[in-house]
Design a binder for this molecule. Structure first.
Ligand code: 16G
Length: 246
């Protein structure tokens, strides 16, 4: 038996919840319980409509809502698909915006804070800067389409950018414009449970699995330009690397 059929049962029009929301819930459950896996095609609208006993208009409204949530993606001409996990090459020095675009997803960010200051003792050690060096700090939630992927804290050495407002959507684009995009980086990945503010921002539950990736980016002359800490939802990101014999 197709396990998907467990989720596609005729709905009850007498329930207080609008029908399209019931459809959304049924499909969301099917995705979360893996009856539909990443990149799987959703059944045709007319098949969903007849299985759930609702109109195609209701199905379309539910699908639009799930697209908004980032759970489904519609591909022109070929239908609706479950959004896939993002696979990121651990050894590629790319930006979040580039990674998302390369996968056909639209990068978005919610800005939580941007501020100017001087290095903290920790940043001074990590970036090898003298105390008092000016820095810019950027705090954002990063989305692929409408699905939250990471909460990011980035510190950039202020002398590498013309000003804090030169950063629009992409920090790396702003650095590249003035020839200060990092060309080498060190990266560390650590498992971390999502709690408190980070869990809330990533729409995860307290204690869900997460990943903390820290990156120190360097310029060609070896000077550090960025220190970034990104907290990822554990269920949305896969880090892959190619290995070779030493
Ligand atoms: C990625 C980088 C981060 C960088 C950001 C720039 C990892 C683990 N981290 O999130 O170091 O600051 O991209 O993205 O990949 P942006 O250019 O889209 O702002």
């Amino acid at each position: 038996m197709n396990p998907l059929s467990q989720f596609l049962k005729p709905l009850d029009p007498d329930q207080s919840q609008p029908l399209y929301q019931q459809v959304q819930r049924a499909l969301r459950d099917a995705i979360q319980q893996r009856a539909l896996g990443p990149d799987d095609a959703l059944p045709a609208e007319r098949d969903l409509a007849s299985a759930l006993g609702v109109s195609r208009i209701t199905i379309r409204k539910a699908i639009a809502g799930l697209e908004q949530e980032g759970l489904l993606v519609s591909r022109r001409g070929s239908g609706n698909f479950v959004a896939g996990r993002v696979e990121k090459n651990f050894a590629m020095l790319t930006s979040f915006s580039e990674d998302m675009r390369a996968r056909g997803r639209t990068p978005k960010s919610t800005w939580l804070k941007r501020s100017e200051g001087t290095v903290t003792p920790e940043e001074a050690l990590v970036l090898r800067l003298s105390p008092g060096t000016p820095v810019f700090r950027f705090h954002r939630v990063r989305f692929a389409d409408n699905a939250p992927m990471s909460v990011e804290f980035v510190t950039i050495v202020a002398s590498c950018l013309p000003g804090i407002d030169s950063v629009k959507d992409s920090i790396y684009a702003a650095l590249e414009q003035v020839g200060n995009r990092p060309v080498r980086a060190l990266q560390r990945l650590r498992a971390q449970l999502l709690n408190g503010e980070n869990a809330r921002l990533l729409e995860a539950s307290e204690g869900d699995a997460g990943l903390l990736v820290e990156r120190i980016g360097f310029l060609r002359d070896g000077l550090a330009v960025e220190f970034a800490q990104s907290y990822y939802r554990g269920d949305t990101y896969d880090f892959v690397a190619e290995l070779s014999v030493p």
